[in-house]
Write a protein that binds this ligand. Structure first.
Ligand code: ZN
Length: 336
């Protein structure tokens, strides 16, 4: 058996667990002590490693750049900045059980990939342990291609995710989001705005193609998508809010998952309230949830030609913005 110098073992444990080298050293000393000096420090380090679940003899795999990942790669390590989080969804399995799936999008300077969490692995998303802007390191996952040619990193039972591990700084590629005050927003740019919700319009409901999410035509023969012909549909929701940051107001429009995040209920739940209790009750519930709330809206600024006004088509909304983002808004105001 090839032996690994103790300094290297400590470094490996530090890298893989995030414990400080001092803490690891203390644990090793304590282990030597409890074993009455029957093991060397090196032997104790191996025991500690095994207790911490770190496999010292397995070669440490290299963290790959997202752009280097290939369809079919197994057991890869990757890292990226979380640019989007989708809500957890359930689906029926062939055996009658209910499956759960969640996904997020990560990005580095070489590319973007969706990370897919199945069943128990969705817990970290449900618990809010991963948020947009976090940097994550994924260990031991598989790469698959999705139906649209994009890359997906699938977590399996062995996969492990570290959130904001020390010493890992990744910049996301893709469109740059500018932190803006509303009066300075220009159509065509991707913006992030912190403001207060001063109005919420009642959500609207529509049926969309399950494959492409576009609106379908409902006929007595079924639902028809322009692209996918006769298709399965799902209930979707659209909601508009008006945001005020003290410089001006702007209308923001959200669809699907983003609309569900804004409303705090799913399209299905919203539609039930609408049909059972009516639009006034639905509106009142939304007003109570949203009015006066300080939020961070991220999306593309677009000119709505019908009303000659700029609107934001939302990609995501943070209902509980990070105090850091509120502070940076104040800085933008001061300097802008
Ligand atoms: Zn379609």
């Amino acid at each position: 058996m090839k032996s690994i110098p103790i300094s290297e073992i400590i470094e490996r444990l530090h890298q893989e667990t995030g414990l400080s080298p001092e803490m690891i050293q203390d644990q090793i000393k304590a282990k030597v002590h409890t074993l009455d000096g029957l093991v060397s420090e090196e032997g104790a380090a191996y025991i500690i490693a095994s207790e911490l679940g770190v496999q010292l003899l397995k070669p440490q795999s290299k963290t790959r750049k997202i752009g280097e990942l290939e369809n079919g790669d197994l057991g890869i390590d990757a890292a990226g900045k979380v640019t989007r989080i989708y809500s957890v969804r359930t689906f029926p399995r062939k055996d009658g059980s209910v499956g759960e799936v969640a996904s997020i999008v990560i990005s580095d300077q070489t590319g973007t990939a969706r990370v897919v969490f199945w069943d128990k692995k969705t817990q970290s998303i449900k618990d809010g342990k991963i948020t947009e802007g976090d940097i994550i390191r994924i260990k031991d996952a598989n790469v698959r291609q999705n139906n649209f040619g994009g890359k997906e990193i699938h977590l399996n039972a062995r996969s492990f995710i570290a959130v904001n591990p020390k010493g890992l700084d990744i910049k996301a590629s893709g469109r740059i989001t500018n932190k803006k005050i509303i009066s300075q927003i220009i159509p065509g740019e991707n913006v992030s705005v912190v403001g207060t919700i001063v109005k919420a319009y009642p959500p609207r409901f529509y049926y969309a193609c399950k494959t492409c999410n576009k609106k379908v035509a409902l006929t007595p023969d079924g639902a028809f998508c322009k692209e996918h012909n006769k298709t399965e549909v799902e209930q979707n929701m659209l909601v508009s809010i008006v945001l005020d940051d003290g410089t001006e107001t702007i209308r923001c429009v959200a669809f699907r998952n983003t609309a569900e995040n804004v409303c705090g209920f799913t399209a299905k739940e919203g539609y039930e309230i609408l049909t059972k209790d009516g639009e006034n009750i639905l509106s009142a519930r939304l007003d109570e949830f949203l009015l006066g709330r300080q939020v961070e809206c991220i999306g593309g600024a677009k000119e709505n030609k019908n009303v000659a006004q700029t609107e934001i088509m939302l990609n995501s909304v943070d209902l509980n913005p990070n105090p850091k983002n509120i502070a940076s808004k104040l800085l933008v105001e001061k300097n802008g």
